[in-house]
Ligand binder design. Structure first.
Ligand SMILES: [Ca+2]
Length: 116
């Protein structure tokens, strides 16, 4: 499935797609994987719902959870701060399509806040 978000994801690499496909076992594009600082969880972006969202899963691929759950925006590029309590990501939810701004949320997807 190619969503409109996909067109803007120039950073997607074939290596990243292969890696994510093996672990998530999902035909959608799963990429931008980011390990939590304690090595127990992996955040990633996926268009499996027809729109890019930030998901998190356990290191063995179990417990895949949609954190951003916002079908009106592209949510991409998750990263963890050193304490692992939050996830930073980029989203165009605040303005024009593909005008990505930085956001942060708790690691469970709550309290999404714009950064800067
Ligand atoms: Ca989204």
């Amino acid at each position: 499935m190619m969503s409109t978000c996909t067109v803007a994801l120039l950073q997607v690499t074939s290596a990243g797609l292969d890696w994510a496909a093996n672990l998530t076992n999902n035909p959608a594009i799963d990429t931008s994987q980011a390990w939590s600082p304690d090595g127990t969880r992996i955040a990633f972006e996926t268009d499996r719902d027809g729109d890019f969202e930030i998901y998190v899963m356990n290191a063995d691929g179990s417990g895949q959870t949609n954190l951003t759950n916002n079908p009106a925006a592209c949510d991409i590029s998750p990263t963890w701060p050193p304490d692992g309590t939050q996830i930073f990501f980029r989203s165009d939810r605040g303005g024009e399509r593909f005008d990505y701004k930085p956001y942060v949320m708790n690691a469970d997807g709550s309290d999404v806040t714009g950064v800067g």
